[in-house]
Design a protein around this ligand. Sequence first.
Ligand code: NAP
Length: 273
Amino acid sequence: MTDRYALIGHPVGHSKSPLIHGLFAQATAQDLTYTAIEAPLDGFADTLASFRASGGRGTNVTVPFKLQAFELSTDPSETARLAGAANTLKFVDDRIHADNTDGVGLVNDLQRNLGHRLAGKRVLLLGAGGATRGAILPIAAEHPALFAVANRTAARAHALRSAFAAHTVLQTGGLDELQGESFDVIINATSAGLTQSALPLPDSIFAPGALAYDMVYGKGLTPFLRQARAAGVSTLADGVGMLVEQAAESFTIWRGVRPDTRAVIERLTVPLV
Ligand code: NAP
């Protein structure tokens, strides 16, 4: 019987997930369907329950329901628990397993696809929202020499230092406190790129040979990537690889088979111009 999976979000019309999971299923010969379901803003729990009752095996969850997905789960992973958010649900009998695969997807893209090992590097995450929360544990697990989080609202970055204190030492502060600091891997996890807004960043943050990575994808050269290039950075990447890698992690959780990601990333890549 064909197994059913879905993405639940609001909106979902723009989502690439049905295409990505369709390609994964084809490549791994898995008998499944994957659709996008737009839940009413006040109707996530009902939408999830009815998909599950109709035989659904699992879901991805996107904005704005990742926190609710975590709250409704019965068996969250450590990453989901610390992020306080889940993007992957798997239904097992009467249990709901939850995970957050965004951060692992990011680290896989950085290390496997882009060839930038994080061990011993100075890593800066810009932003303190859900994407940053999900990325902290997977990045910390690679043992960077220095791990910093800077956010427009400094207090939100400081709150992360406390929340993750048992797992890693974070250097935290505001975007306006980065003058004179220097990093090897700079990841923009703010949503500023979605509105083409620039961040007030000093050129000093980009060390020679640095990688500048914007989690936003499909928008070409974002203001952050343009800033990095103007500061002399030659290795630039957007979040398309993260998108495909987080999907591959979800697929593996559901099916126990890891799909190859390279061809799918190539298919979805928009040139950075
Ligand atoms: P979120 O929880 O809403 O957090 C947004 C963050 O962006 C906050 O830290 C906010 O700072 C900051 N911000 C927003 N506008 C800003 C501006 N104009 N200047 C400076 N900072 C600004 O969002 P999220 O879920 O973490 O997602 C962040 C980004 O990652 C989004 O663009 C999303 O599309 C992307 N993402 C990509 C993938 C992928 O697979 N490639 C996966 C997940 C997320 P304040 O705290 O000061 O408000």
